[in-house]
Design a protein around this ligand. Structure first.
Ligand SMILES: *Cc1c(COP(=O)(O)O)cnc(C)c1O
Length: 440
């Protein structure tokens, strides 16, 4: 197996053999697949084996891998120059496209946008901006939410830290950690208490629009709106992190989706990543002009980037967003509904206690009898059932996220034939989950 050799070799030159922790298969065991190429709903590893993919590069591959139109846009942009370190017309075009998409009946919460290269940069900048704008220091985040890997955001974070059961990261100073207040998700009373005690010091509340880095865990109906109201009453800003959900669960992200069955609310800042770059390193923050204009060079909050607004990445972003049509979102919703109920049926037949978690077309499963409302609930599940389930799917040619704490991603390339082939593997995986043995 070339994968084994490649992993052994990688470990000699790269810490843990990977450039991002979740890729290492740490919580499911076995050797991570080294990928050689991908097309549509399929990824191909170094041994030449194909897998139907439900990772989707953790979100960007909304149209399917290597969509020909996106690849062509990238090739054309590359042929005109890889990077200029100067402005290009396409950056404004992308900014306009984002503003237009993230709007709803009479509400356009995004007036200005700054392009950056990663979601981590987007949230990091949004926080600095909120502090600069309010003149306050403290930040409120929710346990189990992941906002990238900047120092202040790693406390009780989801994604790889949840997978590795790490409460935080070494190398973060006590002073920095002390400026982040971590609250249980979906707990408005905890939020009221913290505002009552330290309201005049809180610069911002940052929240995933719908949590999807501890598995999928949507906010209670009305939670985001109530959070915005409470923050604004106390002079704090709200940063809605749509790095994962933005342009994925709807054209206007989870924010747009949540307006359908709740009050209109207006976060001050939004962060985007993943889909907005269509597979290239591109992310953004945007929001009210009054706040965004605090960024240099128009304001006193510094932020910059050699590769910010990179022309090749912007071309991929525009090509992807333009093709993420209502028909694409309808297909994603349908695929998510079909697949999540098929998994649930398979687990049900084997008597495995579980619940399906959905936020639009994002979904995951919790091995527990009741829906979780926060990180503590998610951590209490029978997570040891996931590794055998995961490996049975992998053996059957389906690539799932290598952690129970991650969402599953479908794409426009997940047609009925692809879904049927995935569903065919489910009985074996459900049996593996049913016969899993609790460790210890
Ligand atoms: C992926 C993610 C980030 C970080 O983005 P990177 O591009 O990996 O730095 C931030 N917030 C959320 C909600 C994410 O899912």
């Amino acid at each position: 197996m070339r994968n084994d050799d490649l992993f052994d070799r990688a470990k000699l030159s790269i810490p843990g053999g990977v450039n991002s922790p979740v890729r290492a298969f740490g919580s499911v065991g076995g050797t991570p697949r080294f990928l050689a190429r991908a097309s549509g709903a399929t990824v191909t590893d170094a041994d030449g084996r194909d897998y139907l993919d439900l990772v989707g590069s953790w979100g960007p591959a909304i149209l399917g891998h290597a969509h020909p139109d996106v690849v062509r846009a990238v090739q054309e942009a590359a042929s005109r120059g890889l990077s200029f370190g100067a402005s290009t017309p396409a950056e404004t075009e992308l900014a306009e496209l984002v503003k237009e998409r993230v709007s709803a009946v009479g509400v356009s919460p995004i007036e200005k946008i700054r392009l950056v290269s990663t979601g981590t940069e987007a949230t990091m900048t949004a926080i600095r901006l909120a502090r600069g704008f309010t003149g306050r220091d403290l930040l409120v985040k929710f346990a189990g939410h992941y906002h990238g890997h900047s120092d202040g955001l790693l406390a009780e974070a989801g994604s790889g830290l949840a997978t590795l059961a790490m409460p935080g990261s070494a190398g973060v100073t006590a002073a920095t950690a002390g400026q982040t207040l971590v609250l249980p998700y979906n707990d408005l009373d905890a939020l009221r208490t913290v505002f009552a005690e330290r309201g005049d010091q809180i610069a911002a509340v940052i929240t995933e629009a719908a949590a999807a880095n501890m598995g999928v865990l949507p906010p209670d109906p009305g939670f985001n709106a109530a959070l915005v109201e409470l923050a604004h009453e106390n002079g704090a800003l709200v940063i809605l992190d749509e790095v994962l959900t933005g342009f994925r669960v709807s054209a206007s992200g989870y924010w747009g989706l949540s307006l359908a069955d709740g009050p209109v609310y207006r976060p001050d800042l939004f962060t985007f990543g993943k889909v907005i770059g269509g597979g290239m390193p591109l992310a953004a923050l945007g929001g009210r002009a009054e706040v965004m204009d605090y960024l240099a060079p128009s304001g006193p909050v510094y932020q910059a980037g050699t590769l910010s607004g990179n022309p090749v990445a912007v071309a991929a972003g525009i090509a992807t967003l333009e093709r993420a049509t209502p028909a694409v979102y309808a297909r994603l919703d349908e695929a998510a509904a079909t697949l999540s109920s098929a998994v649930s049926d398979a687990l049900e037949r084997e008597g495995v206690a579980h619940v399906v978690q959905r936020a639009g077309n994002l979904f995951s499963f919790v091995f527990a009898a009741r829906h979780p409302r926060n990180y503590a609930d998610v951590q209490a599940q029978e997570s040891w059932r996931y590794a055998p389930f995961f490996h049975a799917m992998l053996d059957g040619g389906v690539s799932l996220p290598p952690s129970v704490f991650e969402a599953w991603f479908v794409s426009a390339a997940h047609d009925d034939d692809v879904l049927r082939r995935i569903i065919d593997v489910l009985p074996a995986a459900a049996q593996a989950a049913a016969s899993a043995v609790k460790p210890g």
